[in-house]
Design a protein around this ligand. Structure first.
Ligand code: ZN
Length: 327
């Protein structure tokens, strides 16, 4: 379906009247923002700059207020419904381009935003497993070894794009022990020269440094929240593993930023990625506002350990705004 009309003036004006009457509010989530998308099998969760800018301009046309995390927490804690349309922007994981691409643009517009940090990736300057897996599978010349690795996970498929999706989906939910056993084998599909080459090509997958993080955190426009220590999905961990991850990330972030935290973002964030038990673990670790990736309407009585968020994609926004107050 051609949704071009959604951007045209008559429709935008109609939508603006509608949003100013119903005052919808929602938290949006994205990851990285880049001008340089070469391969979407590998740069899986990057948003193109142009789409990002279009989305912000669209929200501006509809008179949405870009509220800060502090304002959002006030709304949430007081259980009130503001009499204006509002949105809060969040970005997960901690990509370097959050500093180089996102920050200058949002700073110039004085738009506040949140970054949820997977702290061990930052302090170890380590790219995310989904990138390592995707790049290795896409570019390896070792066909036989690749088939064996896929076979050991019970996957048979000769199409590399399909294989990337299947292996990443499976990998997310295996235990830490199994992850540690298989990841080095997958990384060995490329040699060190190949890694150097592809890491440069896919620089959008680079993560923030500790100095970058401190620089961002020093600006009152930016809120830094926790996204765990190793980005393991909470429900794949034992209670002990989970508490250790939560405490390690809490302590390290507190030490680096000299600030106590109350905000946490579940890894993957879907319906199967947290539970009553994992919510309890987060509470024990001091977190009071926990964010999901479940697209659900914001209500004043929303459970603050299950805050809904909508994906940040321009093409989806007009439909989201129409649906949000009723979904
Ligand atoms: Zn994440």
């Amino acid at each position: 379906m051609n949704l071009g009309f959604l951007e045209k003036a008559p429709f935008v004006n109609l939508l603006a009247t509608y949003t100013s009457t119903l005052n919808p509010g929602f938290v949006l989530f994205g990851h990285g923002v880049t001008k340089n998308i070469i391969d979407t099998d590998i740069q899986r969760i990057q948003l193109h700059n142009n789409d990002f800018v279009k989305a912000i301009e669209f929200l501006e046309k509809l008179n949405f207020r870009f509220i800060s995390m502090e304002q959002f927490q006030e709304i949430a804690a007081l259980k009130i419904k503001p009499n204006y349309p509002w949105v809060h922007l969040t970005f997960d994981d901690g990509y370097k381009n959050n500093l180089t691409e996102l920050y200058p643009y949002l700073k110039q517009k004085q738009i506040p935003f949140t970054i949820f940090i997977s702290i061990n990736h930052i302090v170890s300057n380590k790219r995310f497993d989904h990138y390592l897996i995707a790049a290795a599978i896409k570019h390896t010349k070792q066909n036989q070894t690749l088939t064996e690795i896929a076979g050991s996970l019970g996957i048979t498929n000769n199409d590399r794009s399909a294989l990337i999706n299947l292996i990443i989906r499976k990998y997310k939910y295996i235990s830490v022990e199994e992850k540690n056993a298989i990841l080095p084998t997958i990384c060995n599909l490329l040699d060190s020269y190949e890694w150097e080459y592809y890491n440069r090509i896919y620089e959008s997958e680079d993560v923030l440094s500790v100095d970058d993080l401190k620089l961002l955190a020093a600006d009152p426009l930016v809120h830094i929240g926790s996204h765990g220590y190793n980005h393991y999905i909470q429900t794949t961990l034992t209670e002990n593993e989970r508490m250790l991850e939560l405490q390690q990330s809490y302590n390290l972030l507190e030490q680096l930023l000299e600030k106590q935290q109350t905000t946490f973002c579940y890894q993957n964030g879907g319906i199967n990625d947290f539970s009553a038990q994992t919510k309890l673990s987060c509470q024990k670790a001091n977190y009071k506002f926990c964010f999901t990736t479940i697209a659900r309407k914001w209500e004043p009585n929303t459970d603050l350990m299950e805050i809904p968020r909508f994906p940040f994609t321009h093409s989806y926004l007009p439909q989201l705004i129409l649906k949000a107050p009723f979904s």
